[in-house]
Design a binder for this molecule. Structure first.
Ligand code: FE2
Length: 424
């Protein structure tokens, strides 16, 4: 007797199976015939995916678009300045409420694991307090991992170093950094070293905003790879953005990529944001600013798409939909072959789960019973359609249901949409 059976779903690798769930675990992955369950989801060939995972987000800033004003230039630096203004006036309750609203959006999109940076440059650590509260409130349905992020510079901001350590003492999970924003290259390098040492000493992971610039000489990723190996932090360090690699000399990159691979650094490009923020100082040709995704995949580096922002000082759109992120990444990185498109789906699920160090993730016996039923027949079709999340299951419980868009159209007495799925 199962608590929940999902019948006849198509897995991302194309296999068709039933999934039997008891409590919060998957206990069977097979044809379950006439087995009974308290609840049954008839997947009928629909795609069943493990939950979407976003390894790079800013939940303390989300849903604040327009507060206290809009980013007029659209640049990263004006966004940082604007966020500095907002930090002075926002309240803890406002941050909590916006973050909880965002978590509702995320759950409805099947996004059940999020790594959020939280700014540690405010002496009150108001955002840290707020997101620790949110992490606890959503823990039954979202794995929220927090990164202590000295937005204004670990050394550049006068109290960021002390406050970042305080935030870790308060229970923030991961050590962050922003070496390219320190006053000098030397300070940036020193910040990478000290932050990695802090992580090693505390047994924590590292996730740095690293080289988020169009300057090809911003090479902090090299130091991050070096410190990762020196301190035995392999597979526990992530480099977020790495946009300077877009503009680097090819010869240097040919030396750099094996160093990143050796150090087992996880990489997180954020295509929605990189395509919007980078290249702002260019005339034409105008750089895309995305890091070298296909080249890193070819070197066996674990890399996954992050979302970064939704409706905040840096980005004026967004819906918590990791399929939007994969769709944009696929275009900007020109990952258009069938295997590359499939990889883009893996990059918002399994690859990101590896980056976050999630255990019991995936669709297999013994895994946590969290999954998404999508209105699509395959992973590629899910990206093409940014398909509806028909059911979202978290820890064995159905937490969200969305009607098929065609069903909604018929309710509205309008013709069915053109170009939808081919498998029905
Ligand atoms: Fe970020």
């Amino acid at each position: 007797m199962f608590d929940l059976i999902v019948r006849g779903g198509t897995l991302p690798d194309g296999r068709v199976t039933d999934i039997g769930i008891k409590g919060s675990k998957i206990i069977a992955m097979d044809q379950l015939g006439s087995a009974e369950a308290e609840q049954v989801i008839e997947a009928s060939g629909n795609l069943i995916s493990p939950p979407f995972v976003d390894p790079h987000f800013h939940m303390d800033a989300t849903l604040s678009y327009g507060l206290p004003r809009i980013n007029a230039s659209g640049t990263l630096l004006e966004g940082i300045g604007l966020w500095g203004e907002l930090k002075q006036v926002m309240t803890q309750d406002e941050v909590v409420q916006r973050a909880l609203t965002y978590c509702d959006w995320a759950a409805s999109m099947g996004l059940l694991a999020i790594r959020s940076h939280v700014d540690t440059c405010d002496d009150r650590l108001l955002g840290v307090e707020a997101l620790l509260e949110v992490r606890n409130k959503v823990k039954d349905y979202i794995d929220l991992q927090l990164v202590a992020f000295p937005q204004d510079g670990f050394y550049r901001d006068p109290t960021a170093r002390e406050n970042t350590i305080r935030a870790l003492d308060m229970g923030v999970d991961v050590v962050g950094g922003i070496p390219h924003f320190e006053r000098t290259m030397v300070d940036g390098t020193a910040s990478v070293t000290e932050l990695c040492e802090i992580a090693a000493k505390r047994g924590l992971q590292v996730d740095m905003h690293c080289d988020e610039t169009d300057d090809p000489l911003s090479r902090h990723i090299e130091t991050l790879a070096y410190e990762t190996q020196r301190l035995d932090l392999q597979n526990r360090v992530a480099g977020s953005h790495l946009t300077s690699m877009h503009s680097m000399d090819n010869y240097y990159v040919s030396k750099l990529l094996p160093l990143i691979a050796e150090a087992e650094i996880n990489v997180i490009p954020n295509p929605l944001i990189n395509i919007v923020l980078q290249g702002r100082h260019d005339t034409f040709p105008k750089r895309r600013g995305l890091t070298r995704v296909k080249e890193m995949l070819a070197h066996g580096i674990n890399i996954g798409w992050g979302q970064d922002c939704v409706l905040d000082p840096w980005y004026s759109l967004g819906t918590a939909d990791m399929l939007d992120v994969a769709f944009m990444g696929l275009h900007v990185a020109q990952m258009t072959s069938p295997s590359e498109m499939q990889t883009c789906f893996d990059m918002v699920t399994t690859n990101n789960a590896k980056t976050m160090g999630l255990t019991d993730y995936g669709l297999h016996v013994g895994a946590r019973a969290s999954l998404v039923v999508l209105d699509a027949g395959s992973a590629i079709e899910a990206i093409r359609l940014r398909a509806a999340r028909l059911q979202v299951v978290a820890n064995g419980k159905i937490i969200s249901q969305t009607p098929r868009p065609d069903a909604m159209l018929s309710i509205l007495d309008r013709p069915a949409s053109i170009g939808r799925r081919h498998n029905t």
